[in-house]
Design a protein around this ligand. Structure first.
Ligand SMILES: Cc1cc2nc3c(=O)[nH]c(=O)nc-3n(C[C@H](O)[C@H](O)[C@H](O)COP(=O)(O)OP(=O)(O)OC[C@H]3O[C@@H](n4cnc5c(N)ncnc54)[C@H](O)[C@@H]3O)c2cc1C
Length: 420
């Protein structure tokens, strides 16, 4: 009998890969190894609804029956400790060995920690897993003041949640603006003013350099400008490192992520890597990237399944991402880092607008705030390879230009089909 496929990591990517393989007709054994105690669950609510609510368990991605019905052997609460690529075996931390024909690494990422005096005091947290969220929830009940270190997505989502729960919240951001690496300055500015109006204190260009406290836990955060902020709880949200430990130990090439080619294959052709842990050359970004999003994790999972099942296509999707920060739904499609020109559509004062990003006269990304229709239109346009002109956007005619282009394309396709 064939050894089949072993998937290490039962998060968004690992779970989707297992199911997609079966749906695609893969017949040999599939083993999904997950070190968390829960069945695979939706991670995004951990900084939003789950943190606010009282649910004991997170929302599962699919029921446990879905794995048994798909004949996926799910080793829940099991960690992979080592890979022997020559023997094609994964060793688990409980000493069991799993042979494989193909191995998929979907190990995700681990939150960065802040190493400074006092960083081991109790009451200082990072947030990645449901176990982290439980710890934060139980500490949060007894605290008044919370400092969030890091004005990125996870930090801001959690900060807004804490404020909605009546806590006094201070956000420290080392850079000059919020979400500085991810969104345009207009959106950063809008976020800052909305969060400030909600009562959060946001301090830009400021970092935490130490923590003061006692055996009972943290009391205060020290900042690099000599300040001291009272806090009984701290959330560190300064990004995540790809989980490459197993890959490195197995001799796979890694460089801030497990390096994969367009088929998501690592430097060992029988081992693939997907999701937050994988770094790949992105056709749209025109450089190597590691994307931390549910879309990327699930799309790469489907893609790796197709690759293993014999489809040769390269991984080529338009990236998109969402984040809910208080009453703001942020949706991003495309990658705006390469843009040279930014055009506003909608009304900032009403909190409903989008920023269209152009390189030359080509649309490369759209960031939207509470404008899901712009986001969906952006996804359709970028996926189809269509760009409205900046003038179309300025005149509010992006949708009609796309429609017109679509009917032209359809007509061209129709005439090509009739000719052939
Ligand atoms: C609080 C929070 C909020 C987020 N909000 C959003 C959002 O709004 N929108 C969005 O698009 N994305 C969001 N993300 C990002 C999104 O959740 C990730 O991009 C996604 O989970 C990546 O999926 P993954 O499968 O690659 O990694 P993960 O979902 O992290 O899964 C990896 C799994 O592998 C396990 N693992 C690691 N090593 C081993 C081992 N040796 N053996 C066994 N198991 C192992 C880990 O424990 C983990 O369960 C959020 C993330 C967090 C933490």
């Amino acid at each position: 009998m064939m050894s089949g496929i072993v998937i290490v990591g039962a998060g968004h990517a690992g779970s989707q890969a297992a199911i997609a393989l079966r749906q695609g007709g893969y017949r040999d054994p599939i083993t999904l190894v997950g070190q968390e105690r829960e069945i695979p669950y939706h991670r995004p609510p951990l900084s939003k609804a789950f943190l606010k609510g009282a649910a004991a368990s997170p929302v599962p991605l699919r029921s446990s029956v879905a794995y048994s019905e798909s004949a996926v052997s799910f080793l829940q609460g099991s960690a992979a400790a080592e890979i022997d690529p020559a023997a094609k075996i994964v060793k688990l931390s409980d000493e069991r060995w799993l042979p494989y024909d193909k191995l998929i690494l979907a190990t995700g990422a681990t939150p960065r920690r802040l190493n400074c005096p006092g960083s081991d005091l109790s009451g200082i947290f990072t947030l990645r897993s449901v176990a982290d969220a439980h710890r934060i929830r139980s500490r949060m009940r007894d605290v008044r003041e919370i400092v969030v270190v890091g004005g990125g997505f996870v930090g801001l989502e959690a900060a807004a949640t804490f404020a909605q729960l009546g806590k006094s919240v201070t956000v420290l951001e080392i850079g000059p603006r919020l979400l500085g690496r991810a969104v345009s300055p207009i959106i950063s500015h809008h976020l800052l003013s909305r969060l400030t109006r909600m009562g959060l204190a946001v301090r830009l260009d400021t970092s935490a350099v130490g923590f003061l406290g006692s055996q009972k836990g943290i009391d205060a955060v020290l900042t690099d400008d000599g300040g001291r902020i009272a806090a009984q709880m701290v959330l560190i949200g300064i990004g995540a490192e790809p989980d490459c430990n197993l890959a490195r130990q197995a001799g796979l090439h890694c460089d801030d992520g497990i390096l994969v080619n367009s088929r998501l294959q690592t430097s060992n052709p029988d081992i693939y890597a997907i999701g937050d842990c994988a770094r790949f050359h992105h056709w749209h970004a025109e450089r190597s990237v590691r994307l931390e999003s549910v879309q990327n994790a699930t799309d790469q999972a489907r893609h790796v399944a197709h690759t293993i099942l014999g489809l040769e296509a390269a991984y080529r999707t338009v990236p998109w991402f969402w984040s809910d920060i208080a009453d703001m739904k942020l949706q991003m499609v495309g990658l705006s880092h390469m843009a040279e020109r930014h055009m506003l559509s909608g009304t900032i004062n009403e909190g409903t607008f989008s920023v269209y990003h152009f390189r030359g006269s080509t649309l490369v990304a759209i960031d939207s705030v509470n404008s899901p229709t712009d986001h969906m239109l952006g996804r359709k346009m970028l996926e189809a390879g269509f760009s409205p002109t900046p003038d179309d956007v300025a005149a509010g005619k992006a949708r009609s230009a796309f429609k017109e282009w679509g009917s032209g394309e359809e007509a061209a396709l129709h005439s090509e089909t009739t000719r052939s």
